[in-house]
Design a protein around this ligand. Structure first.
Ligand code: ADP
Length: 257
Protein backbone atom coordinates (compact mmCIF):
# COMPACT_ATOMS: atom_id res chain seq x y z
CA UNK A 1 0.00 0.00 0.00
CA UNK A 2 2.92 2.38 0.65
CA UNK A 3 5.66 2.16 -1.97
CA UNK A 4 8.87 4.15 -1.93
CA UNK A 5 10.90 3.72 -5.09
CA UNK A 6 14.37 5.32 -5.06
CA UNK A 7 13.04 8.22 -3.01
CA UNK A 8 15.37 11.04 -1.99
CA UNK A 9 14.65 14.27 -0.21
CA UNK A 10 17.16 17.05 -0.38
CA UNK A 11 16.43 20.10 1.73
CA UNK A 12 17.13 23.56 0.30
CA UNK A 13 20.37 23.73 2.32
CA UNK A 14 21.66 20.64 0.51
CA UNK A 15 21.10 18.21 3.43
CA UNK A 16 19.77 14.85 2.28
CA UNK A 17 16.95 13.83 4.61
CA UNK A 18 16.34 10.68 2.55
CA UNK A 19 18.85 9.07 0.24
CA UNK A 20 17.58 6.54 -2.33
CA UNK A 21 14.95 4.83 -0.19
CA UNK A 22 13.09 1.85 -1.66
CA UNK A 23 10.48 0.35 0.62
CA UNK A 24 7.16 -1.47 0.58
CA UNK A 25 4.73 -1.34 3.50
CA UNK A 26 1.63 -3.53 3.31
CA UNK A 27 -1.87 -2.96 4.66
CA UNK A 28 -2.14 -3.73 8.37
CA UNK A 29 1.56 -3.65 9.19
CA UNK A 30 2.87 -2.14 12.42
CA UNK A 31 6.26 -0.61 11.66
CA UNK A 32 8.65 1.28 13.93
CA UNK A 33 11.31 3.48 12.38
CA UNK A 34 14.42 3.80 14.51
CA UNK A 35 17.69 5.67 14.16
CA UNK A 36 19.78 8.47 15.61
CA UNK A 37 18.45 11.99 15.87
CA UNK A 38 18.81 13.55 12.40
CA UNK A 39 18.86 10.15 10.65
CA UNK A 40 15.79 10.97 8.56
CA UNK A 41 12.96 9.25 10.50
CA UNK A 42 10.67 12.25 10.49
CA UNK A 43 11.43 13.07 6.85
CA UNK A 44 10.49 9.50 5.89
CA UNK A 45 7.23 9.62 7.81
CA UNK A 46 6.21 13.10 6.69
CA UNK A 47 6.88 12.36 3.01
CA UNK A 48 4.00 9.88 3.06
CA UNK A 49 1.26 12.49 3.55
CA UNK A 50 3.32 15.12 1.75
CA UNK A 51 4.06 17.29 4.73
CA UNK A 52 7.51 17.12 3.09
CA UNK A 53 7.96 17.04 -0.68
CA UNK A 54 10.34 14.43 -2.00
CA UNK A 55 12.90 15.60 -4.55
CA UNK A 56 13.64 12.33 -6.41
CA UNK A 57 12.03 8.95 -6.96
CA UNK A 58 8.36 8.03 -6.63
CA UNK A 59 6.15 7.52 -3.63
CA UNK A 60 2.80 5.82 -4.04
CA UNK A 61 0.02 5.16 -1.56
CA UNK A 62 -2.60 2.63 -2.75
CA UNK A 63 -1.32 3.10 -6.29
CA UNK A 64 -1.63 6.91 -6.22
CA UNK A 65 1.49 8.93 -6.91
CA UNK A 66 1.51 11.23 -3.88
CA UNK A 67 3.39 13.99 -5.76
CA UNK A 68 0.60 14.22 -8.33
CA UNK A 69 -2.06 15.24 -5.79
CA UNK A 70 -3.19 18.82 -5.43
CA UNK A 71 -5.98 20.88 -3.92
CA UNK A 72 -9.10 18.90 -3.11
CA UNK A 73 -7.54 15.54 -3.99
CA UNK A 74 -4.60 16.17 -1.67
CA UNK A 75 -6.93 17.20 1.17
CA UNK A 76 -9.07 14.11 0.70
CA UNK A 77 -5.95 11.89 0.53
CA UNK A 78 -4.69 13.40 3.79
CA UNK A 79 -8.00 12.67 5.50
CA UNK A 80 -7.31 8.97 4.98
CA UNK A 81 -4.06 9.27 6.91
CA UNK A 82 -4.08 10.01 10.63
CA UNK A 83 -1.17 11.96 12.06
CA UNK A 84 -0.04 11.84 15.68
CA UNK A 85 2.60 14.16 17.10
CA UNK A 86 4.83 14.13 20.17
CA UNK A 87 3.03 17.18 21.58
CA UNK A 88 -0.58 15.89 21.13
CA UNK A 89 -1.83 19.10 19.38
CA UNK A 90 -5.07 19.30 21.37
CA UNK A 91 -7.15 22.36 22.18
CA UNK A 92 -6.64 22.39 25.95
CA UNK A 93 -9.50 24.69 26.93
CA UNK A 94 -12.24 22.64 25.35
CA UNK A 95 -13.71 19.22 26.09
CA UNK A 96 -12.21 15.91 25.08
CA UNK A 97 -15.18 15.05 22.84
CA UNK A 98 -14.95 18.39 21.02
CA UNK A 99 -11.29 17.69 20.36
CA UNK A 100 -12.24 14.34 18.84
CA UNK A 101 -15.04 15.92 16.81
CA UNK A 102 -12.48 18.34 15.31
CA UNK A 103 -11.43 15.47 13.06
CA UNK A 104 -14.81 15.80 11.34
CA UNK A 105 -14.37 19.45 10.47
CA UNK A 106 -12.30 19.11 7.26
CA UNK A 107 -15.08 17.01 5.70
CA UNK A 108 -17.95 19.23 6.92
CA UNK A 109 -19.87 21.80 4.88
CA UNK A 110 -18.99 25.37 5.81
CA UNK A 111 -22.43 26.17 7.29
CA UNK A 112 -21.89 23.51 9.93
CA UNK A 113 -18.29 24.38 10.75
CA UNK A 114 -18.96 27.91 11.94
CA UNK A 115 -21.59 27.11 14.60
CA UNK A 116 -19.87 23.78 15.32
CA UNK A 117 -22.97 21.67 14.75
CA UNK A 118 -22.28 17.97 14.94
CA UNK A 119 -24.79 15.26 14.17
CA UNK A 120 -25.79 12.57 16.65
CA UNK A 121 -23.98 9.98 14.50
CA UNK A 122 -20.78 12.04 14.60
CA UNK A 123 -21.02 12.32 18.38
CA UNK A 124 -21.60 8.58 18.77
CA UNK A 125 -18.67 7.93 16.46
CA UNK A 126 -16.45 10.22 18.57
CA UNK A 127 -17.55 8.46 21.78
CA UNK A 128 -16.80 5.09 20.20
CA UNK A 129 -13.32 6.28 19.29
CA UNK A 130 -12.76 7.37 22.91
CA UNK A 131 -14.01 3.98 24.07
CA UNK A 132 -11.48 2.20 21.82
CA UNK A 133 -8.63 3.93 23.61
CA UNK A 134 -10.19 3.42 27.05
CA UNK A 135 -11.02 7.00 28.00
CA UNK A 136 -14.73 7.21 27.32
CA UNK A 137 -15.38 8.44 30.87
CA UNK A 138 -13.22 11.53 30.19
CA UNK A 139 -15.34 12.67 27.22
CA UNK A 140 -16.74 15.78 28.92
CA UNK A 141 -13.62 16.82 30.80
CA UNK A 142 -11.43 19.66 29.59
CA UNK A 143 -8.52 18.27 27.59
CA UNK A 144 -5.92 20.19 29.61
CA UNK A 145 -7.08 18.47 32.82
CA UNK A 146 -5.84 15.11 31.57
CA UNK A 147 -2.42 13.56 32.04
CA UNK A 148 0.04 13.40 29.13
CA UNK A 149 -0.80 9.77 28.38
CA UNK A 150 -4.52 10.49 28.44
CA UNK A 151 -3.99 13.47 26.12
CA UNK A 152 -2.12 11.28 23.66
CA UNK A 153 -5.04 8.86 23.80
CA UNK A 154 -7.41 11.71 22.96
CA UNK A 155 -5.19 12.52 19.98
CA UNK A 156 -5.37 8.86 18.99
CA UNK A 157 -9.17 8.86 19.33
CA UNK A 158 -9.35 12.03 17.22
CA UNK A 159 -7.37 10.24 14.54
CA UNK A 160 -9.55 7.11 14.79
CA UNK A 161 -12.67 9.23 14.30
CA UNK A 162 -11.20 10.13 10.90
CA UNK A 163 -11.39 6.38 10.05
CA UNK A 164 -7.91 6.35 8.56
CA UNK A 165 -6.30 3.48 6.67
CA UNK A 166 -2.89 4.60 7.87
CA UNK A 167 -1.67 6.26 11.06
CA UNK A 168 1.67 8.07 11.02
CA UNK A 169 3.03 8.87 14.47
CA UNK A 170 6.07 11.10 14.86
CA UNK A 171 7.70 10.31 18.22
CA UNK A 172 4.29 9.71 19.88
CA UNK A 173 5.70 8.59 23.24
CA UNK A 174 8.74 10.86 23.50
CA UNK A 175 6.99 13.23 25.93
CA UNK A 176 5.64 10.46 28.18
CA UNK A 177 7.03 8.70 31.24
CA UNK A 178 8.12 5.08 30.69
CA UNK A 179 4.96 3.46 32.13
CA UNK A 180 2.60 5.70 30.14
CA UNK A 181 4.74 5.29 27.02
CA UNK A 182 4.19 1.52 27.26
CA UNK A 183 0.44 1.97 27.63
CA UNK A 184 0.26 4.20 24.57
CA UNK A 185 2.39 1.75 22.55
CA UNK A 186 -0.09 -0.93 23.70
CA UNK A 187 -2.92 1.23 22.33
CA UNK A 188 -1.20 1.44 18.96
CA UNK A 189 -0.74 -2.36 18.91
CA UNK A 190 -4.40 -2.90 19.82
CA UNK A 191 -5.65 -0.50 17.15
CA UNK A 192 -3.39 -2.16 14.61
CA UNK A 193 -4.70 -5.63 15.44
CA UNK A 194 -8.37 -4.86 15.96
CA UNK A 195 -8.92 -2.32 13.20
CA UNK A 196 -6.21 -3.50 10.79
CA UNK A 197 -4.93 0.08 10.47
CA UNK A 198 -1.41 0.35 9.08
CA UNK A 199 0.78 2.06 11.67
CA UNK A 200 4.15 3.66 11.11
CA UNK A 201 5.82 5.37 14.00
CA UNK A 202 9.13 7.01 14.74
CA UNK A 203 10.55 6.23 18.09
CA UNK A 204 13.85 6.67 19.86
CA UNK A 205 13.04 4.15 22.61
CA UNK A 206 14.41 1.09 20.85
CA UNK A 207 13.22 -1.32 23.53
CA UNK A 208 9.63 -0.13 23.06
CA UNK A 209 9.95 -0.45 19.29
CA UNK A 210 11.12 -4.04 19.67
CA UNK A 211 8.45 -4.88 22.24
CA UNK A 212 5.45 -3.60 20.30
CA UNK A 213 6.14 -3.28 16.56
CA UNK A 214 6.34 -6.29 14.25
CA UNK A 215 8.67 -4.73 11.72
CA UNK A 216 11.62 -2.45 12.32
CA UNK A 217 13.13 -0.07 9.81
CA UNK A 218 16.54 1.27 10.78
CA UNK A 219 17.63 4.48 9.10
CA UNK A 220 21.03 6.13 9.12
CA UNK A 221 22.01 9.28 7.19
CA UNK A 222 18.83 9.05 5.13
CA UNK A 223 19.44 5.44 4.05
CA UNK A 224 17.61 2.29 5.13
CA UNK A 225 20.24 0.16 6.84
CA UNK A 226 17.91 -2.45 8.33
CA UNK A 227 14.45 -3.67 7.46
CA UNK A 228 13.17 -6.80 9.14
CA UNK A 229 11.28 -8.43 11.97
CA UNK A 230 11.64 -6.98 15.46
CA UNK A 231 12.67 -10.45 16.62
CA UNK A 232 15.66 -10.43 14.26
CA UNK A 233 17.23 -7.26 15.69
CA UNK A 234 20.57 -8.21 17.25
CA UNK A 235 23.84 -6.54 18.22
CA UNK A 236 25.06 -6.29 14.64
CA UNK A 237 21.80 -4.65 13.54
CA UNK A 238 21.93 -2.09 16.37
CA UNK A 239 25.57 -1.34 15.60
CA UNK A 240 24.64 -0.85 11.93
CA UNK A 241 21.89 1.62 12.80
CA UNK A 242 23.62 3.53 15.61
CA UNK A 243 27.34 3.02 14.98
CA UNK A 244 29.67 4.33 17.65
CA UNK A 245 27.20 6.92 18.90
CA UNK A 246 24.78 4.55 20.61
CA UNK A 247 22.40 6.68 22.66
CA UNK A 248 21.50 5.94 26.27
CA UNK A 249 19.13 2.98 26.45
CA UNK A 250 20.39 1.48 23.21
CA UNK A 251 23.73 0.68 24.80
CA UNK A 252 22.05 -1.34 27.58
CA UNK A 253 19.88 -3.07 25.03
CA UNK A 254 22.97 -3.81 22.96
CA UNK A 255 24.37 -5.65 25.94
CA UNK A 256 21.10 -7.50 26.49
CA UNK A 257 20.27 -8.77 22.98
P1 ADP B 1 15.04 12.47 12.58
O1 ADP B 1 13.56 12.49 12.52
O2 ADP B 1 15.62 11.09 12.42
O3 ADP B 1 15.61 13.16 13.80
P2 ADP B 1 14.87 14.34 10.37
O4 ADP B 1 14.10 13.63 9.32
O5 ADP B 1 14.16 15.36 11.19
O6 ADP B 1 15.60 13.28 11.32
O7 ADP B 1 16.12 15.06 9.68
C1 ADP B 1 16.97 14.42 8.74
C2 ADP B 1 18.04 15.41 8.29
O8 ADP B 1 17.43 16.46 7.55
C3 ADP B 1 18.80 16.06 9.45
O9 ADP B 1 20.12 16.25 9.05
C4 ADP B 1 18.08 17.38 9.61
O10 ADP B 1 18.96 18.35 10.13
C5 ADP B 1 17.69 17.71 8.17
N1 ADP B 1 16.48 18.52 8.11
C6 ADP B 1 15.27 18.20 8.60
N2 ADP B 1 14.38 19.18 8.34
C7 ADP B 1 15.05 20.13 7.66
C8 ADP B 1 14.70 21.40 7.10
N3 ADP B 1 13.45 21.86 7.17
N4 ADP B 1 15.66 22.10 6.46
C9 ADP B 1 16.92 21.62 6.37
N5 ADP B 1 17.33 20.46 6.86
C10 ADP B 1 16.41 19.71 7.50
Amino acid sequence: MIEFSHVSKEYSNGVKGLDDVTLHIGQGEFVAIIGLSGAGKSTLLRSINRMHEITAGTLQVNGTDVASLNGKKLRSFRRGIGMIFQSFHLVGRTTVIKNVLMSKVPAMPFWRVVPGIFTKEEKIDALEALDKVGILEKAYMRADQLSGGQQQRVALARTLAQHPEIILADEPVAALDPVTARQVMGDFAKINKELNITILLNIHHVELALAYAERIIGIRSGKIVFDGKASSVDKAVLAGIYGEEMPEGVEELYEAV
